[in-house]
Design a protein. Structure first.
Length: 398
C-alpha cells in the first residue's frame, strides 16, 4: 500500500480509505454469485436466503449492487447468527484436533436439539440475560438430567467464548454461568434399579454358561467383556498383536461420527481416556478364551471380523440383547457387563490400584460412585438380613 505523505506526515484519511477499499474487495471476493447487467440496464445478483436458498436483488448501477453485496457480507462477518458462531467453533476445534469426530457430532446433536430456533438469532441481538433465561428454560422443557444440562452448558460456553474472542459479545461468559439460578433439585432424577444395572448372582452364571456352550465369535467377545471389564468399543478394536498369553493391551477404541449425512464407525488409536491405556488380565480359569481368540480370523489384523469387515459395537450389542431375551434375563447393555465386573472387584475387596488399572479409571471414586451396585437377589438379601442376631428369636408371646 502506498501512503500519501505531506510535509513528512502520513495522511491518515488516505490510509483509512485504502483500508476500507481493501476490506470491500475482500467482501466482494466472498460473494459466491456472479454480478451481471441485464438487458434493461439494471445490475443483478443473488444473496443467500434461509427460506428460498437464494434471492434475486437488483440495483440501477454496478456500484450500488456491489454496495448491497459488501454490506450483506459485512453484516454476516460482524453479526453472524448463533448457529454460525457455534458451527465455526465446533468445526475449528475438530480441525485443530482438540475434539474427535464423534465429539464433533455429539456437539452438533446437542445444539440442534436445543438451539433449533434460538440459534437463528443474530449473536449481537442477545445479551447475558437472554442466554441465562434460555438455558434455564431448557431444563423443564426437556426434563434434563444434571449430566444433560452439563453437556448443554459445555457447548454454550464454548461458542460464547469464541464469540467474545471475535468481539461479537462483550459480557463475561464465566460470570453468566456463575449467576444462573439453577440447583440440583431442578434436574430430572433417573432412578435405575440394581437389576437394570448389573447381572446379579443368579443371572451371571446362567448367561456365562450359555456363552461358554456356544463359543462363536460374538459370544467370545461378550465373554471377554465379562472376565476383563473391557469396554465394548475397546473389544471390537482388538488386534491379534495386542495379546500376550492371558493379557492384552488396550490402545484403541471404536468411534462413531457423521459424514456427508451418513454415520461412520472406525477405529481411533487411543482409548476413551488417558487412563484407558492399560493391560487387561484374563483370569486363569478363562485362559482358554485367549487360546480361542488366536484361532479367530488368524490371518486378519483385527480379531473380530466377519465377511472381511471388522465387527461393530452395534453387532455385539444386538447379540447380547438376543441372548438376554433367550435366557429371559432383563435386557442389559454391554456397559452393564462392565458395571458387573467393577462391582465384583469391589465386593471382593481387591486392591484399589488394581481395580482402577483394570477398569481404566483415574481414581477409585469413579468406580465406587458409578459402577458399584448390589448384585444379590431378594432371597439372598433376606437370608443375610434375617441372620443378624438382633433380628432373631424375637417371637411375640401372649
Amino acid at each position: 500500500m502506498q501512503y500519501a505523505v505531506e510535509n513528512g506526515m502520513i495522511d491518515l484519511a488516505y490510509v483509512q480509505e485504502q483500508i476500507e477499499m481493501n476490506k470491500r474487495k475482500e467482501l466482494l471476493a466472498k460473494h459466491p454469485y456472479r454480478i451481471w447487467e441485464g438487458k434493461d440496464g439494471k445490475w443483478r445478483t443473488y444473496l443467500p436466503d434461509k427460506e428460498k436458498n437464494r434471492k434475486l436483488v437488483k440495483r440501477n448501477t454496478e456500484q450500488s449492487i456491489e454496495d448491497v453485496v459488501a454490506e450483506y457480507w459485512k453484516e454476516q462477518l460482524e453479526n453472524p447468527t448463533i448457529r454460525e458462531v457455534f458451527t465455526e467453533w465446533n468445526d475449528r476445534r475438530l480441525e485443530l484436533k482438540k475434539i474427535s469426530d464423534s465429539t464433533h457430532l455429539r456437539n452438533e446433536q446437542i445444539f440442534n436439539r436445543h438451539f433449533s430456533e434460538f440459534g437463528k438469532r443474530k449473536i449481537k441481538s442477545v445479551d447475558q440475560e437472554d442466554i441465562e433465561e434460555f438455558l434455564e428454560e431448557q431444563i423443564p422443557e426437556y426434563n434434563l438430567t444434571s449430566k444433560a444440562f452439563s453437556n448443554l452448558k459445555t457447548i454454550t460456553r464454548g461458542f460464547l467464548k469464541r464469540a467474545r474472542k471475535r468481539k461479537l459479545i462483550d459480557f463475561n461468559v464465566e460470570e453468566l454461568f456463575q449467576e444462573m439460578d439453577v440447583s440440583d433439585s431442578d434436574f430430572h432424577k433417573v432412578i435405575h434399579e440394581d437389576y437394570e444395572e448389573v447381572f446379579d448372582e443368579d443371572e451371571m452364571p446362567k448367561i456365562m454358561e450359555y456363552l461358554i456352550d456356544h463359543p462363536d465369535m460374538s459370544n467370545i467377545a461378550i465373554l471377554l467383556m465379562f472376565v476383563t471389564g473391557a469396554r465394548i468399543g475397546e473389544v471390537v478394536a482388538l488386534k491379534h498383536s495386542d495379546f500376550d498369553g492371558c493379557t492384552f493391551k488396550i490402545r484403541r477404541t471404536e468411534t462413531r461420527y457423521k459424514k456427508d449425512g451418513k454415520y461412520i464407525c472406525e477405529v481411533k488409536n487411543f482409548p476413551k481416556s488417558h487412563a484407558g491405556v492399560r493391560t487387561a488380565i484374563i483370569p486363569h480359569e478363562y485362559a482358554w478364551i485367549a487360546e480361542k481368540i488366536q484361532h479367530i480370523n488368524p490371518f486378519e489384523e483385527y480379531i473380530f471380523v466377519k465377511d472381511g469387515k471388522r465387527v461393530s459395537t452395534h453387532s455385539i450389542r444386538m447379540r447380547l440383547r438376543r441372548v438376554c431375551d433367550k435366557l429371559k434375563i432383563f435386557r442389559k447393555s454391554p456397559h452393564k457387563i462392565r458395571k458387573t465386573y467393577g462391582t465384583i472387584l469391589l465386593d471382593n475387596h481387591i486392591d484399589q490400584q488394581l481395580i482402577i488399572g483394570q477398569m481404566g479409571h483415574t481414581n477409585i471414586l469413579c468406580t465406587e460412585n458409578h459402577y458399584h451396585r448390589n448384585r444379590k437377589g431378594i432371597k439372598k438379601k433376606s437370608i443375610i438380613i434375617s441372620s443378624i442376631p438382633e433380628f432373631q428369636n424375637k417371637m411375640i408371646t401372649g
